[in-house]
Design a protein around this ligand. Structure first.
Ligand code: JFZ
Length: 438
């Protein structure tokens, strides 16, 4: 495991494996869920939600033909959204390989599309300068040696369960570790390995959840690090280390351990589901998603936002609209996101701060009338401007000589008061860039 000068600044720096500098700086990435659940179009857990027999599930394999798939288009869209890295599903819990694995026939090159789509994605995204992350499911509902537990599609199938005692997890592990070895050998430099997931505490009576012992996680981790010494690994191997990955909720404050920040990444969906879901209309507004990104960075986290491309291989218009709008905001405001982190100043109501050195960024979620009072900043600000157009923002401080009239805002001795235009700037979330005195 490599060390770094940053070691003491983060509680889990050395636990996150390679050099996490790029991840912390980049802040914003795309998650892609793409597999056989895509044409099913009703949740990536459809196989187990509906307890589908592998023989029945096979139709998705036989008809998998994303003919409009264009990795370069995906990469351009991602880059234009202001994202700097991506994580794609190589294999989800259904067990299907999106690459030309030598260890199984259950792979993309044996479907009607016949192409190694993973390779096309990795090449195209790398070409655009994006860092490469691979999601890989530890769980496998297709593999005949993966023991049936309470999450398994065949959990209520007595015939299947009778065979359970004959299933040999060691054979599955040989396969799973082998596939990971392939992925980290045949596709060049991989920056981030995103395993999913461990559930050792689950207990159904007749079966138990799986964790580090079941996956032989330490051995798997060693394989990964031997092949890619600089790689980052997330925290789902059940080894109590790695990039911390809160899922579908926003932590209420910067995530810390022993009083030090940890490296963490929120993963979020646009509509509550990861795989393409045709009839799900629970789309978060662009405004909400953007605020979640800002909120995450204000707590020193990363934001991994998901798209589930459809069965033709395209991002649907809901997702594209959102990515484009966020991209337009990022074009003007990424200075407050990249390399930025939590600020120790307390943000006013309806606002979020991020900070980068002596630049403090005030994100205004709800546009006020004329004034915002910034606590604790008296005597500390040199200059202030709106970030979208670099127009000066006047600010005032308490002046004992000044006669306050009933029409003036009262200024606290510790505060700075910004004089904002009445009109909200024409951007989703306006940002004031404050240059602090050193
Ligand atoms: C997992 C997957 O099951 C899901 O389909 C998706 O890929 C997501 C990114 O990751 O979902 C999880 C994993 C772990 C927990 C919850 C959902 N957990 O620990 O609570």
């Amino acid at each position: 495991m490599s060390t770094s000068t940053n070691e003491k600044k983060y509680a889990n720096w050395s636990d996150s494996y390679g050099n996490a500098e790029w991840l912390i700086n980049d802040r914003f990435g795309l998650f892609i869920h793409f597999g056989l659940y895509t044409p099913a179009a009703r949740h990536e857990w459809v196989m187990t939600h509906e307890k589908i027999h592998p023989k029945m599930y096979r139709k998705y394999f036989e008809y998998f033909e994303p003919d409009l798939f264009d990795a370069k288009e995906w990469a351009r869209t991602t880059k234009a959204a202001g994202m700097k890295y991506f994580v794609i599903t190589t294999k989800h819990h259904e067990g299907f390989a999106l690459w030309d694995t030598k260890l199984s026939d259950y792979k993309v090159t044996n479907t009607p599309i016949k192409r190694d789509l993973l390779r096309e994605v990795i090449d195209a995204f790398r070409e655009e300068g994006l860092k490469v992350g691979l999601y890989h499911s530890l769980i496998d509902w297709h593999h005949p040696e993966f023991t049936i537990d309470g999450l398994h599609p065949q959990r209520d199938d007595e015939d299947f369960k009778k065979e359970n005692t004959d299933r040999d997890m060691n054979k599955y592990l040989e396969f799973m570790h082998g596939q990971v070895r392939e992925l980290l050998t045949d596709y060049g430099k991989i920056d981030y390995m995103w395993f999913d997931f461990s559930y050792p505490h689950r207990d159904w009576g007749w079966s138990k959840g799986k964790g580090a012992i079941d996956w032989q996680s330490e051995q798997l981790e060693k394989i990964v690090l031997d092949l890619q010494p600089d790689i980052l690994i997330n925290d789902r191997l059940d080894l109590n280390r790695g990039v911390i990955t809160p899922e579908q909720y926003q932590p209420s404050e910067p995530v810390e351990k022993d009083g030090l920040p940890v490296i963490w990444e929120a993963c979020q969906t646009m509509n509550g589901t990861w795989g393409y879901h045709r009839d799900n209309l629970d789309w978060k507004s662009t405004d909400t998603l953007l605020k979640m990104l800002i909120d995450t960075v204000s707590k020193s986290g990363n934001f991994l936002l998901n798209v589930g491309p459809n069965g033709r291989g395209e991002f649907d218009y809901h997702s594209i609209d959102r990515l484009e709008a966020i991209g337009e905001w990022m074009r003007l405001h990424s200075r407050s996101i990249y390399e930025a982190k939590h600020s120790n100043y307390k943000a006013p109501i309806d606002c979020r701060y991020t900070q980068k050195g002596n630049r403090l960024y005030l994100h205004i979620y709800s546009w006020p009338f004329r004034h915002i009072h910034l606590e604790g900043l008296a005597g500390k600000v040199n200059y202030a401007q709106l970030l979208n157009d670099a127009s000066e923002v006047y600010f005032r401080e308490f002046d004992p000589e000044e006669v306050i009239t009933s029409t003036e805002t009262k200024i606290d001795v510790n505060s700075v008061v910004l004089d904002l235009p009445v009109q909200k700037p024409d951007v989703m979330v306006p940002v004031v860039e404050l240059f602090l005195k050193n």
